[in-house]
Write a protein that binds this ligand. Structure first.
Ligand code: PLP
Length: 451
């Protein structure tokens, strides 16, 4: 394991106080209205930046041991906490089951457990992580419609009863392995506007839902709910309305067949930027189609963690090249010590476009490299590459950044908490395990986590 560090409480207090002292208006950090949440987020960003800078400037790239200049994260648990408050304000009826796959970071799981959330797990080891976080099996849903048999036996052993299915073979498998399971029929949704489409792989069409419900009844299996997922990074909020309407139809079919359904699982797909719009449509749809005695759960992943993690990476090399758009000008290729085979796996697997920002430049330090690399705010054109030998390892094909960057300087990338480090590899011998510095910009999260 890479060392993980919480900034000590005293250290964090000093950084936080320094920052608050520099503001005209104090005290927004733990306020809880929607405007206040926004203000708290802005304040917290400055705090994160200070911690990033402090850590980066501790590294002496000219003398450090191998890997001591590796990329690292600052994770603000206060941001996860704020997202939870935002959820409660907008989707109070819906209980979140955090999607572990999105970021199984142990501190995130610890906070989710403390917040009283459930967990959506898709494999044996995700179930183990949830149990290790102290979660009761009844707060876990095994949300994988096509399960490995031995994992299903494991779920039965540890008492994780809630699980999804979307096909007849899975029903026979469950009958043979775990006949007491509590089943959710996952239905197909229109996910054509989503960043990551899931419906080509999972979900029963409405044409086959009735047959599956009848088969489950014949096999004396218990169907307790319906689930759907509108696709990760969904862009069309009406997809939720249509999915809720379809789920209502399937509820009615199931009741006719003889099942007693009590839960609707509305899946994941929520994003930071469009949350209120989606939540409004979903909330109205739920209230219109499902009476209050029906329990509503969801499986948010990205929504909770994307903005909580900021990544810093070191510039390990620079090549000077003619600007591809205007060969009479200079441009620069920067090589970082992290790339698409590492924490930037979200570029490949999650269709993201992380945006580089300058964290520290040696030229800005008092003992700079003088005329070789003058401190300047002039913009230069860069392409940004990862450290492996592969040509697809590109983080940004073109970006203008202030100042002439050099090996040893640091860049940082916000919104790196979702589908990043969990899908990193060790290709080319690089690490898939980077230091995480945990902080909390919210007193509520600090109290729960003892930071
Ligand atoms: C079954 C299931 N639930 C929840 C999620 C989390 O989705 P998101 O991160 O978009 O909220 C996923 C993501 O792929 C999923 O497959």
């Amino acid at each position: 394991m890479a060392p993980t560090a919480c900034v000590s409480h005293a250290e964090l207090c000093t950084i936080k106080q320094d920052y608050l002292d520099s503001l005209d208006h104090h005290g927004q950090v733990s306020s809880h209205g929607e405007d206040d949440l926004l203000q708290s987020r802005l304040t917290a960003k400055e705090l994160v930046l200070d911690v990033l800078k402090k850590r980066a400037t501790e590294v002496d790239v000219d003398h450090c041991g191998p890997g001591e200049e590796d990329a690292f994260y600052v994770a603000d648990m206060g941001e996860v906490y704020r997202q939870h408050l935002r959820w409660k304000m907008n989707l109070g009826r819906v209980k979140p089951f955090y999607a572990v796959k999105c970021n199984p970071d142990p501190e995130v799981l610890r906070l989710m457990a403390q917040l009283g959330n459930g967990f959506d797990c898709a494999s044996k080891s995700e179930i183990e992580l949830a149990l290790q976080a102290g979660i009761e099996p009844s707060r876990i849903i095994y949300a994988q419609p096509c399960k490995t048999k031995s994992y299903l036996r494991f779920a039965a052993e540890v008492g994780v009863k809630q699980m999804t299915f979307d096909n007849a073979d899975e029903l026979y498998k469950i009958k043979a392995t775990f006949p007491d399971a509590e089943l959710y029929l996952r239905i197909l949704t229109d996910d054509s506007t989503s960043l990551c489409r899931l419906s080509m792989k999972f979900g029963a069409s409405l044409d086959v839902a009735q047959q599956l419900l009848e088969l489950a009844h014949q096999l004396e299996l218990k169907v307790v709910g319906v689930s759907f997922h509108v696709g990760s990074g969904a862009e069309d909020p009406t997809a939720f309305l249509k999915a809720v309407q379809d789920a209502r139809m399937v509820f009615d079919q199931a009741e006719e067949v003889g099942h007693e359904l009590h839960t609707l699982d509305v899946g994941g797909g929520f994003c930071q930027s469009s949350f209120e719009k989606f939540a409004g449509i979903l909330s109205d749809a739920i209230d219109s189609y499902f009476p209050p005695h029906i329990r509503i759960i969801a499986e948010p992943g990205r929504y909770y963690v994307a903005s909580a993690f900021t990544l810093a990476a070191n510039v390990i090399a620079r090549r000077d090249v003619p600007d591809p758009l205007d060969p009479s000008r200079d441009a620069y290729m920067l090589y970082l010590n992290d790339g698409v085979y590492g924490n930037f796996s979200n570029i490949i697997f999650d269709h993201q476009h992380p945006v580089a920002q300058v964290l520290t430049r040696a030229a800005d330090q008092p003992a700079d490299r003088g005329s070789l690399n003058p401190a300047t705010s002039e913009n230069f054109s860069y392409s940004i590459w990862g450290p492996t030998c592969d040509g697809i390892d590109v983080i940004s094909e073109r970006i203008d950044l202030p100042g002439l960057l050099n090996a040893g300087d640091w860049l940082y990338f916000e919104d790196m908490g979702a589908y990043t480090k969990c899908s990193a590899t060790r290709f080319n011998g690089f690490s898939d395990n980077h230091e995480v510095i945990y902080i909390s910009s919210e007193t509520g999260a600090s109290a729960l986590l003892n930071y």
